[in-house]
Design a protein around this ligand. Structure first.
Ligand SMILES: O=C[C@H](O)[C@H](O)[C@H](O)COP(=O)(O)O
Length: 253
């Protein structure tokens, strides 16, 4: 039977790591991931509300003497890391990374992920690909039997976006999926612009029976820069729920 140990309860301590806010599963997952960090590591720092907890907890360790170098996956994480005094570098300055810790919007079978709900998918995928290991942290509601309930973010260039949108819809259909493709907008109704100056199309599919086929189809569309399907990247997923911490590995889903 593959490994899927409920780590928190198994230890029988009631708390896994100091400084954990018991009421917040995202923070508990982040605290557990901190146990994978060792002195001297070069770390990819993810984006989003769960990764934010991780950076906060990491900063506490740094102030207590931990020596790490962080590579932020977004401007948001960059400013958080700077404000908390976490040493940072660009990916090119840091070189290959030891570990990348990031959140996810959905975790499916084989640790296939949907990411990009916050629009950071492009830098996130580049940083995760540069790391020896990607560890995902999430609350247990993110685990799904099939990806697709969360709209799939696709980062595209702004030139000819209406045409790109039509071609993405065609590609999605050819991959056996169906659903509306919507240009993401910010709170003021303006197109949402990513850190790299691109736009995001959110594809509302409901179900993605074959994530690899969908990824291939979308990648063929001219104008697509990246998509939020992270396949074969996560080596571990730390899920926090009412039952404590569960660590999933690709075969243990
Ligand atoms: O673009 C955003 C990232 O992919 C996030 O990691 C993802 O949306 C999960 O965010 P949260 O931890 O806030 O649920």
């Amino acid at each position: 039977m593959p490994h899927a140990a409920p780590v928190g309860r198994a230890r029988g301590t009631g708390t896994e790591t100091p400084m954990v806010h018991a009421e917040d599963p995202k923070r508990r997952a982040a605290a557990h991931a901190l146990t994978y960090v060792t002195d001297g590591m070069r770390l990819g720092l993810g984006t989003g509300s769960t990764a934010r907890h991780f950076v906060e907890l990491l900063a506490e360790k740094v102030h207590a003497g931990l020596n790490i170098l962080g590579v932020p996956t977004s401007e948001q994480t960059l400013s958080q890391a700077v404000s908390l005094g976490v040493p940072i570098a660009t990916l090119d300055e840091a070189g290959p990374l030891d570990l990348c810790i990031d959140g996810a919007d959905e975790v499916g079978p084989g640790l296939a992920l949907i990411k990009g709900g916050g629009g950071a998918l492009l830098r996130e995928k580049i940083v995760a690909s540069a790391a020896r290991e990607m560890v995902v942290i999430a609350d247990s509601s993110k685990k799904v039997a099939m990806l697709g309930r969360f709209p799939l973010p696709i980062e595209v260039v702004d030139f000819g976006v209406a045409s790109i949108e039509r071609h993405v819809a065609d590609a999605v259909r050819k991959a056996g999926c169906e659903g509306p493709v919507k240009l993401r907008r910010d709170g003021d109704g303006h197109p949402f612009v990513t850190d790299q100056g691109h736009l995001i199309l959110d594809v509302h599919l409901g179900r993605i029976p074959d994530p690899a086929a969908l990824a291939r189809a979308v990648e063929e569309v001219a104008g697509v820069v990246e998509h939020g399907l992270f396949l074969g990247l996560a080596r571990r997923v730390v899920l926090a729920g009412a039952d404590g911490i569960t660590v999933l590995e690709p075969g243990s889903f």
